[in-house]
Design a protein around this ligand. Structure first.
Ligand code: ADP
Ligand code: MG
Length: 202
């Protein structure tokens, strides 16, 4: 079972990964965006980690709801409300239980990803974070390492796609040949689940 401490570790592992990869995320956002994805998420997840260090909610749902609210209020770019919605919806779906199963997390994340699709209007194949999140949630039934591998594969699979949502879509065919920054950061978020589970190191 996964308790509030697991969810705090998930968020702090995400913050550490975003810190480490911020330059790469911003570099990916340079040819098909406005070169701010790394700094946007760094600001957001630094605030999330600080908030969770001060105020430690005692249920999984409350940890994710607080983290999502923090992202929405600190990240200016499109990714802030989208990741904020992902975490808030997932947290809401987890309810008030003190511990949740991996199956419950999978179903809650599915609800969170659906919330992102509703808010942003993106479907799989549109070259967004959805392309890493959907296969990750599908693979979560096979464990965190499987979800991590599926998210990485989903992020790499955005390279040949033409962007149909977000800033990159303004480039039309010129968006082809670049990995989507949001799909790349979504893979970091999913990898952090595996890190938090302690099965594998960073
Ligand atoms: P901005 O585009 O406002 O500068 P960021 O650079 O932080 O915001 O985030 C860009 C990422 O957000 C994209 O790489 C993409 O994955 C994701 N994104 C943008 N628009 C959407 C959308 N409508 N639905 C899902 N994801 C989106
Ligand atoms: Mg950007």
């Amino acid at each position: 079972m996964l308790d509030a401490d697991f969810f705090r570790r998930w968020m702090t592992a995400t913050a550490a990964a975003v810190d480490r990869e911020a330059e790469r995320l911003t570099a990916l956002d340079s040819p098909i965006g406005d070169a701010d994805h790394g700094s946007n998420l760094q600001r957001g997840f630094t605030a999330v980690a600080a908030t969770l260090g001060k105020d430690a909610p005692d249920t999984p749902g409350a940890v994710l709801t607080l983290a999502g609210r923090q992202l929405i209020s600190t990240v200016g770019g499109a990714s802030g409300p989208l990741y904020g919605t992902l975490l808030r919806r997932t947290g809401k779906a987890l309810g008030e239980a003190a511990e949740v199963s991996e199956e419950q997390l999978q179903e809650a994340l599915r609800a969170g990803v659906e919330g992102v699709m509703t808010l942003g209007g993106a479907a799989p194949g549109d070259k967004t974070m959805i392309d890493a999140l959907v296969p990750a949630v599908d693979a979560l039934g096979d464990g965190f390492a499987a979800a991590r591998a599926a998210a990485d594969e989903g992020a790499r699979a955005t390279i040949p796609l033409q962007a149909r949502k977000g800033r990159a879509s303004y480039l039309g065919e010129r968006s082809i040949g670049h990995q989507d920054p949001g799909a790349t950061s979504a893979a970091l978020l999913i990898a952090a689940l595996d890190v938090a589970s302690g099965v594998r190191g960073e």
